[in-house]
Design a binder for this molecule. Sequence first.
Ligand SMILES: [Zn+2]
Length: 290
Amino acid sequence: MQVTEDIHALKIPFKLRVGPDKTVDRFVFAYLILGDQIYLIDTGVAGSDAIVLDYIKKVGRDPREIARIVFTHSHADHIGGSRALKKQTGCKIAAHVDAKPWIENVDRQYAERPIGNFYDLVGGSIKVDTGLKDGDQVDLGDGKTLEIFHTPGHSKGSISLLYNKGMALFSGDAVPKPRTVPIYEDVTTSIQSIKKLKQVKGLKILMASWDDPQFGASVYPSMDAGLQWFQQIHEAVLAETAGLDTLDPEALSARVLKRLGFPEIPRVPIVIRSIAAHLKLLDQQDLIAD
Ligand SMILES: [Zn+2]
């Protein structure tokens, strides 16, 4: 799907295992910037290399023109296809320095953040050629740049990237879509990261990994909706913990998700951890007020 003159979005489907015999259908967006060379923002899961390469050929370009893949963060659904793409194109890899350990050693990522079918989603570890930090600029040539904003919370090494041509922001998983399953490591830094992105003036497009691109007047309200979603989850945690002394994270997670109206309760560690991340904030009512 073409988003602007030179940005294209690829919606990549995958299955996430949430129980011994149960999977849920999910998707993730990867983005292509087609300039003199080709730049990729994330790759999608293992096997997505075929989707990416087919698309590049379909628009009349040569896959060997891929110069660089920049990861918004280290998770399997964002880096999964990169090993195969690098093998076929020789492209370079860039990511935030804090994301490197889990990209360069996916066994470590799995040990520290287990997901049922992790090894189906990721095509293996890959070396990061360029470690990025907040404020860095990735030069795309012709005066075009990607400015790096460190936006942790969903993960330590999460970044958002501002493409100066068209003021388009790639936010990865930093800005959640309301009503989507909570997946983050830290609530406070997640909220600070969205507020940091709100300070970037003049944004015209917001491209998150879990949502369709947002244009014009809906960009900043999407960020506010993400903040509100954190607050709603927090209020559900406050309601479900009121008057309780002992708290089992799994039971709490199930109750919170039920209260939030999820028809099925995903009993997966990454979701339980996200809900449990609110437990150190029980003395705070309003997490998002300035
Ligand atoms: Zn993620």
